[in-house]
Write a protein that binds this ligand. Sequence first.
Ligand SMILES: Cc1cc2nc3c(=O)[nH]c(=O)nc-3n(C[C@H](O)[C@H](O)[C@H](O)COP(=O)(O)OP(=O)(O)OC[C@H]3O[C@@H](n4cnc5c(N)ncnc54)[C@H](O)[C@@H]3O)c2cc1C
Length: 360
Amino acid sequence: MKSLKENFQKAHIVIIGSGIIGKFNALELSELGFRITIIDPYEQKNSSNAALGLMMGNMYQKRRGRSWDLRRQSIELWPKWIEFLKKFNYELNIKKPLIQLTTNEEKFKKLEKFVYENNNLNLQILKRDSIIIKNISQAFQTKNIKGMISFDDGRINATSLLKTLDKYLKNKKINFVDEEIIKIRKSNNQWFSTTKNNRDIKSDIVILCNSLKAVDLIDTLSHNIKLKPVLGQAIEVSINDAEVDLLTLPKQFNINGKNIITRSKNKLIIGSTDEYSTKPEKKIFEKITNFLDRQPTWLINGRVTKKWFGIRSRPEGEPSPIMKNLEDGLIICTGFYKNGILLAPACSKWVANEIKNYFS
Ligand SMILES: Cc1cc2nc3c(=O)[nH]c(=O)nc-3n(C[C@H](O)[C@H](O)[C@H](O)COP(=O)(O)OP(=O)(O)OC[C@H]3O[C@@H](n4cnc5c(N)ncnc54)[C@H](O)[C@@H]3O)c2cc1C
């Protein structure tokens, strides 16, 4: 009798879309022994390349439901994957801690209640006289900033993560096809993914990881899935370093919903916007820096030295993300409106379990 692994080795899986979700699925499935082909013509322009890489897992305030379950599983899986991927990039890591701040009294009360009820030493309310709060208040010239610190949450550099996954996939000799898929169909228990150049790629399984475009490849009448684009922009701001030393700030933090990454003494990254469009809004600086009642002068006078965006897909009428077994051999894993980086390990695990069951 053939072992399960031998069965897996015979099966060919096509993954359409090579963002973080497609690449992570390829990693998980290739480690199980499957033969994988990833297909993507525009991977440099996807939303994964735009991501800031913040991973808000433990600080997520809901402690039940699907969203929390996916976060909880990802939090557990990340350390194992980082350890594994270090073989391909020893510098890959999750920089901790992560700080969440607010100037809204009601929101702060909720944070306090959450931290109190959680009873987790790695999640703490920042004391008013702590050095972190003092430095942030001073830099942002405001007195009413408050918040919490999570020693278990942090940030992974998304570009570095994607490059590391590429290195792994290359090392494993995973087949990569640089073409767009325009159609998929099933015939005699096999799937055929047709490229724009009219080439058919045959496989036992197809996984749709192509974000918004996934709906173009499925029969939307029998699978009622709707996705809308949500564009996110981020900027790098350079400031006059005579006014403030940004290195006194934490490496990664969030104020009133905006993520901030300190890059150097005079450079920081701020993101992102939520624009319900496929074209980036032009005058973005005011909008993205408007997270306090009054901005400090160094920020108002800052110069945008880099600007980028990504288009995410948001499910309509159902929660994000969409992970479904649509029919025998066809799986969809899309709609990662936010947190695609954080959730990639848990979602890939779900897909792998579906496929294991299919072959068992
Ligand atoms: C500015 C910004 C900041 C963000 N910050 C964070 C953060 O801090 N933390 C976090 O967890 N998440 C963050 N995100 C969200 C995160 O980037 C997304 O959730 C995640 O990248 C979604 O990954 P994906 O693989 O589903 O989609 P994508 O990365 O968009 O990949 C989809 C791929 O499918 C390909 N494709 C489409 N159609 C076809 C086709 N027909 N044939 C072949 N290939 C096709 C595309 O070329 C693309 O490469 C941020 C997003 C943005 C825009």
